[in-house]
Design a protein around this ligand. Structure first.
Ligand code: PLP
Length: 491
């Protein structure tokens, strides 16, 4: 049976015996579950009162017209053909796809949440109060004096943070600072942010224990340093124990210390970046709290700063005023970075989660995140260098190819970890179970790792065998994506 969609293979003949880990496969007329438009469709007339130029409009449109049972079954079948956080654990180190409690969806669906952003401040006081309180919660959690909620993802938050740092240096006559230091183990977005911000990126090697190399930092710092971007715990899951010394060194050189808040779930309720000497940070609300993953947006990546940087934050921010709330522009604001106040419904989910958990619940969640990572690290048979860990660990696949390991884990009914990064661990398997998983699920994950660890190259290279689609050509999928159904039809 064949399927000409990207990434599919003509592989029915080689499929192994049925296993309890098999994903569903709905194939009709040689295709996986057809698109709705291919099943039943109807042509709909479109009125001619469009304000758009005639050459950009059409007179009619083909739309799917399934009955309700057909529609429900279509989406149910699609949901059975994939692996998702609602079907099992998803231990992607650093990126994290963790289960978001459904009550936050209920809160975001409340009719009172659906306010038009153009309404006057006076008529959306409740919305502004939620935003103001979220700014305050995040400030308190991070030890920051002021917060903007506008950036639509963690990476966007990084960019805003670096723009704020630039504005601060320029305003203080230090616009010549043109270097940002980034540890070699850092997330790719840190390098990209610094480069996009117009800086020369100075890569900082790690020491033999996987932490910031203090001597290398000493050598890298100069009167050209605008900032050092750091995440703590770092991407190996290790706490930077020298953080106070590092902060002092950066500040003595006249630079700012940027905190990549992606790993804040390891510290919640226990330690605060502001107290460690960080000047500016972003919050990955999808990792630390409960919101959808931004992945560039639409998510949320609020940014917190110390008092000296508050005048440069994006506009508008929210503040209390005369017994109510109002929007305002910080004095030297870098301007708008998103429409209105950011992705309001995503922010509302983060607010609901923080309010529901409270101080005690948040502190408990960081304990579980750390316990789960260390328990899983102790149960897997791959070599796990470094440690003890905080929220994540990086194992080494050794002689096996980490990408093959990832494909094979899918055959054991568990999602693989992030692979091949950071490069300081050969064939890296970067794993973050998060605070949500039970011991039973962690054992299931460990069993998946350990089964694959014993397998030979032949089994690994043939994987995945039990997924709906077999191994895809990742390079072609990334370089020559065909994103439109019409493009496929015309092929
Ligand atoms: C360490 C680190 N920094 C930054 C980011 C970027 O965040 P986002 O995916 O929300 O843009 C991530 C990804 O989650 C990350 O793991």
């Amino acid at each position: 049976m064949s399927d000409d969609r990207p990434g599919s293979t003509d592989d029915e003949g080689s499929r192994p015996e049925q296993s309890r880990y098999d994903q569903a496969r709905y194939v009709r007329n040689g295709r996986y579950e057809p698109l709705l438009i291919e099943k039943d469709s109807t042509r709909v007339e479109i009125g001619d009162d469009s304000p758009l130029p005639e050459e950009l409009t059409r007179d009619d449109l083909e739309l799917p017209a399934p009955s309700e049972p057909e529609l429900v079954r279509h989406y149910t079948r699609l949901s059975q053909m994939i692996y998702g956080i609602d079907s099992g654990p998803y231990p992607l180190g650093s990126c994290t796809m963790k289960y978001n409690p459904k009550f936050t969806e209920d809160v975001a669906a409340l009719p009172s949440g659906l306010v038009h952003p153009d309404r006057s401040d006076e008529s959306i006081q409740g919305t502004l109060e939620v935003l103001a309180r979220l700014q305050e919660y995040l400030g308190r959690i991070g030890g920051m004096d002021a917060v903007t909620l506008q950036p639509p993802a963690g990476a966007a938050g990084e960019f805003v943070g670096i723009r704020v740092a630039t504005a601060y240096h320029e305003h203080n006559g230090e616009g010549h600072r043109d270097e940002v230091i980034v540890p070699e183990s850092a997330h790719g977005t840190n390098f990209a942010t610094a480069a996009l911000g117009g800086y020369d990126v100075v890569s900082l090697p790690s020491d033999e224990k996987g932490r910031v190399n203090i001597e290398a930092l000493e050598a890298a710092l100069s009167e050209n340093t605008a900032a050092l971007m750091l995440t703590n715990p770092n991407t190996l899951g290790l706490f930077e124990r020298d953080i106070s010394e590092i902060a002092e060194m950066v500040h003595d050189a006249g630079g700012l210390l940027y905190y990549d808040g992606a790993n804040l779930n390891a510290l919640l309720g226990r330690a605060r970046p502001g107290d460690m000497g960080f000047d500016v940070m972003h919050y990955n609300v999808h990792k630390t709290f409960a919101t959808p993953h931004g992945g560039g947006g639409p998510g949320a990546g609020p940014v917190g700063v110390v008092e000296e940087l508050a005048p440069y934050l994006p506009e508008p921010r929210v503040r209390e005023s005369g017994g109510g709330y109002e929007l305002f522009s910080p004095e030297h604001s870098i301007g708008h970075v998103h429409g209105y106040q950011g992705n309001w419904l995503v922010l509302l989910k983060a607010f609901a989660y923080i309010a529901r958990l409270g101080d005690e619940g948040l502190t408990d969640s960081s304990a579980k995140a750390v316990l789960n990572a260390n328990y899983l690290a102790s149960q897997i048979e791959y070599d796990v260098p470094y440690g003890p860990f905080h929220h994540e660990f990086v194992a080494s696949a050794g002689d096996q190819d980490a990408a093959d390991v990832a494909k094979r884990m899918l055959d054991y009914g568990v999602h693989p970890p992030t692979t091949k990064w950071p490069e300081i661990v050969p064939e890296a398997l970067m794993t973050e179970p998060t605070e949500i998983e039970s011991k039973e699920t962690l054992d299931q994950l460990a069993a998946g790792f350990n089964a694959v660890a014993k397998e030979d190259d032949e089994a690994l290279e043939a994987a995945p065998e039990r997924t709906t689609a077999r191994r895809i050509d990742q390079t072609s999928a990334a370089r020559n994506p065909r994103l439109s159904w019409h493009a496929l039809e015309e092929k």
